[in-house]
Design a protein around this ligand. Structure first.
Ligand code: PEP
Length: 251
């Protein structure tokens, strides 16, 4: 059975009081509701230690939004896998489209980051997805396949099973525009079959692939019901417990 996951990416939102409030609300929610999936959050790195304190019994997985390609040293503003390991974080997002767009992230740097994370026992949530122009040009299948190959196919079979992939079409992130469940399913199936070609079906069947891009309480259930969609990476709707909890209940 593949892991089913709903993960919230808080991006650069919330001051410390608001962050603590939302974490406390999420803790209360998970204490009084049994969910059919794992619940993870990726708050700003400033709040990761607080998250580890609030979710001291691992009620919710705690993830960074990015890591450095370097192990340590003179890289102002960055955080390392060692730092995450030292606070017992669960993993990190890698290659989010906003990191690609504004910070020069690419699949080669993602490949390095995925390996660094795995070496420290952290779960890499590798994000990929095509732009609107690429979709309009009918290149989405090729783009996503190449992204997956470049970032992940140097891994061993045992390693790739530990990676979580988040397919996030760039045109659907924060735009209110969602891929239809069918559009998402066909890309998820395509990613899985690329993994199967390289590593075999058994390995491919173990890799969880999340969908991200304007998932909301009213579309989560239908998206999550697709056979190759194992959950969601949620941006805007992860910032309020009312919305996020309804998405969790989509499972
Ligand atoms: C995201 O940032 O990963 C995301 C999917 O954002 P949103 O849900 O707001 O589209």
């Amino acid at each position: 059975m593949r892991r089913k996951i709903v993960a919230g990416n808080w991006k650069m939102n919330k001051n410390v009081i608001e962050a603590q409030q939302l974490m406390t609300q999420l803790l209360e929610y998970t204490m009084s509701n049994k969910s059919n999936c794992e619940v993870w959050i990726a708050p700003p790195s400033l709040y990761l230690m607080m998250a580890k304190d609030v979710f001291e019994n691992d009620e919710i997985g705690v993830f960074a939004q990015d890591i450095s390609t370097h192990e340590s040293g003179a890289y102002t503003g960055e955080i390392s896998v060692d730092m995450l390991e030292s606070i017992d974080a669960d993993g990190t997002l890698i290659g989010h489209s906003e990191r690609r767009q504004y910070h020069g992230e690419n699949d080669e740097s993602c490949n390095k980051k995925v390996k660094l994370a795995l070496d420290k026992g952290l779960i890499p949530v590798y994000c990929n997805g095509e732009t609107l122009d690429q979709r309009k040009a009918g290149q989405h299948f090729d783009v996503v396949k190449t992204q997956t190959e470049t970032a992940l196919f140097t891994l061993s079979a045992e390693e790739i099973k530990k990676v979580v992939i988040a397919y996030e079409p760039v045109w659907a992130i924060g735009t209110g525009e969602t891929a239809t469940p069918e559009q998402a399913q066909e890309i998820h199936a395509h990613i899985r079959s690329s993994i199967a070609e390289k590593y075999g079906q058994e390995v491919a069947d173990e890799v969880s692939i999340l969908y991200g891009g304007s998932v909301k309480p009213d579309n989560a259930k239908e998206i999550f019901s697709q056979p190759d969609i194992d959950g969601g990476l949620i941006g805007g709707a992860a910032l309020k417990v009312e919305d996020f909890s309804k998405i969790i209940e989509g499972f």
